[in-house]
Design a binder for this molecule. Sequence first.
Ligand code: PLP
Length: 392
Amino acid sequence: MSKMIYADNAATTQVSQRVLQKMLPWLSQHYGNPSSIYGIGREGRAALEEARAQVARGLNAQPGEVFFTACGTESDNWAIKGIAHALRPKGKRHIITTAIEHHAVLHACATLEKEGFSVTYLPVDRDGLVSVNAVERALGPETALVTVMFANNEIGTIQPVAEIGALCRRKGVLFHTDAVQAVGHLPIDVEAMNIDLLSLSAHKFHGPKGVGALYIRRGIPFPVTLLDGGGQERGRRAGTENVAGIVGMGEALAEALENLPEKTSRVTAMRDRLIAELTKLPKTRLNGHPDRRLPGNCNLSFEGVEGEALLLLLDNHDICASSGSACTSGSLDPSHVLLAIGLPHEVAHGSLRLSIGDQNTPDEMEEIIRVVPQVVARLRDMSPVWERIKDN
Ligand SMILES: *Cc1c(COP(=O)(O)O)cnc(C)c1O
């Protein structure tokens, strides 16, 4: 075993052993196309339906409301563009979202703006919360869809999803939530929360990469399909199904939801230890809501430190983490999420996201608590601005 400490579970997670074992036969013996009528095809079809039932159970949905996709990004695009295009003929040309969504949502909305839709990007407060009243004030006769993420991938803030769902139901507007960070980590009930569409992705809860799902409430206007082709997914999403991936996703969700309260309290305790110790450093702040946050999320800003440099030094200590700058793109712009909660550019640049999961251990937390202050101090010693920052 390597001594690597993996603290980047919001980026992706390791496939669990149980999930891997469940997937393997579907990559070897049981390789039939689920659309074929002979034995190994029918087996694949049955496996898809078992996985659909597992995913539905995890959301309190009906299996017929679950559609498989290739990733969370596809699910977000399908929900948002699909509903916009389905409702445009009725004169609905307005979308409401937030400033802190994942790029899968923000860029889908930007595409719709180019097509003539208008989009309201609601601000968030300093903790990253969107106000339900602000959603209500933004609603208009042309609003097709409200899309607000369940929990933020960078700062971990959990939105008032049930309240927004109830509001949208009362006003007769469809409600989508990007729940990619929440599924498998928080209890979700699409009925109780009045969610009409929900996106999820297997690799964020110990399933494989390259498979996701979209929950679509029965009876709502169906989102226009993104892919033209064969009749898979009841004619709604063409393309031969990723059987092994889908089987893995169903099993991963079932596994994630077993003993969820117990896992949540264990992960939350580790997270809170990180937060308590690391926020003792001078000129350091916690980003995101103090308690309405994902159990595994610890996002900190260290003034006078470059996030990218911090990550490189942590990598030297075999600690995998992520930063709020240059998140995936190689761009040097600080994260839109950290700017939206009001951080100045230079503070947003010095951010560190540690995202832990139930496979992490308290000993690993102690190692992080030992190493992070060292590397922060080293970077501050080299920083031309730290002398000035530290005294005011
Ligand atoms: C990871 C993530 C996505 C994208 O999911 P992929 O399966 O990687 O495409 C979308 N939204 C959020 C909040 C995420 O964390």
